[in-house]
Design a protein around this ligand. Structure first.
Ligand code: AMP
Ligand code: MG
Length: 350
């Protein structure tokens, strides 16, 4: 077999507070399948009686957004938009409109390294149930798929969206879960839930404190799914997300290719193992973890020097492991003792 496909449970990516805070009071937590991954809500032990209603609320948000944003649901706004590519604009819900407009903002901010129209390349490389190429594709074929991508050809009107070329396809796999976490988080806070952690496939946002100190999230070791490299503290409503090459990949001619594609070349990104981002919102953490995975350490760090509230850990795909962190991450990240010597603080970019 020269091709295999592996998908690991993304929720294992970041071990949430219940695992990381064993010496503290144990939060009340429940998880369930949602949006093709696992969702969970955690509350401080003292608020455990609110868990049922929070889970009901969160599950309703995630179900509704799946019906609107999923490329796999033929009735969703996104599937409808993709079918109408090159033909006509289609009406979209206000949630879809907000999501697409945020996607275009992150595409602009990252110089197109985050590209919501990456769909044709994602399928070309054999993700999303498409056939994995039997051998490494020819450059011309990659270029042909690449020509179908380009966020500048996704046009948003007041309550409609349009893909200008036939064959284009929106894929929100790199941002939709973060967006869904923010929608859920805002709904829970509006219902007077002030201490909560929401997790959707490793896209996590937390408010308040679970009791003694902030919510804490373990960061998975990219080369060893059974261990963590350290713990991140989330303060003041912050969110965290990780993009990794171990999450989902295809194997072509014995070599692994990760599910994050560089929209500049059309090739799956090589050289990065994982990028973890802490940001003021889950949508920013999700979009930028994907984009920084594409941009790499140097370019990614330069981008974050212009976003003072967003911090990252870059792990390149080489051994021994190095954790390169932006200056602002120092106050939030505590490495496990075994990895303390592997941490380097990246110099601020002029
Ligand atoms: P994440 O795990 O959040 O980094 O998202 C990865 C998913 O985002 C992939 O499975 C694709 O669906 C999609 N994706 C891949 N490459 C890109 C890219 N360059 N920009 C935006 N989305 C991407
Ligand atoms: Mg992402």
């Amino acid at each position: 077999m020269n091709r295999t496909m592996a998908a690991t449970r993304v929720c294992a990516l970041l071990l949430c507070c219940a695992t990381a805070c064993t010496r503290r009071s144990k939060p009340a937590e429940r998880s369930w399948p949602a949006m093709g991954t696992f969702a969970s809500v955690a509350l401080p032990e003292a608020d455990a009686e609110k868990l049922d209603s929070c889970v009901t609320q969160a599950a309703a948000v995630f179900n509704e957004l799946t019906g609107t944003l999923s490329v796999f649901d033929p009735k969703s706004d996104i599937a409808t938009l993709n079918r109408a590519a090159g033909k006509k604009p289609v009406p979209v819900s206000s949630a879809t409109h907000t999501m697409l407009s945020l996607s275009l903002e992150y595409a602009a901010v990252t110089g197109g390294c985050f590209d919501p129209t990456i769909g044709p390349l994602v399928r070309f490389w054999g993700f999303h149930h498409a056939e994995v190429p039997a051998s490494l594709p020819a450059r011309d074929d990659v270029q042909a798929a690449l020509r179908l991508c380009g966020y500048r050809h996704l046009k948003l009107k007041r309550s409609a969206a349009f893909l200008e070329q036939p064959g284009m396809a929106v894929d929100l796999g790199g941002i939709a879960k973060g967006f869904a976490v923010d929608v859920c988080f805002d709904k829970l806070l509006a219902r007077n839930v002030s201490r909560v952690m929401v997790n959707l496939g490793g896209n996590i946002r937390a408010a308040g404190s679970p009791g003694n100190g902030p919510w804490r999230v373990g960061v998975r070791h990219p080369f060893d799914g059974d261990s963590i490299v350290g713990v991140i503290r989330l303060i003041g409503g912050q969110a965290v997300a990780t993009s990794g090459n171990y999450e989902r990949f295809v194997t072509i001619e014995g070599k692994r290719y990760a599910h994050i594609i560089d929209p500049r070349s059309g090739m799956p990104v090589q050289g990065m193992a994982a990028v973890t981002v802490v940001a003021p919102t889950a949508v920013e953490a999700d979009a930028l973890s994907t984009a920084l995975f594409v941009m790499g350490t140097r370019q990614g760090c330069a981008l974050l020097s212009r976003r003072s509230e967003t911090h990252a850990i870059f792990v390149e795909d080489q051994k021994p492991l190095h954790l390169r962190i932006t200056p602002g991450m120092q106050a939030l990240f505590t490495p496990e003792p075994a990895f303390a010597h592997s941490v380097r603080v990246l110099p601020p970019t002029p």
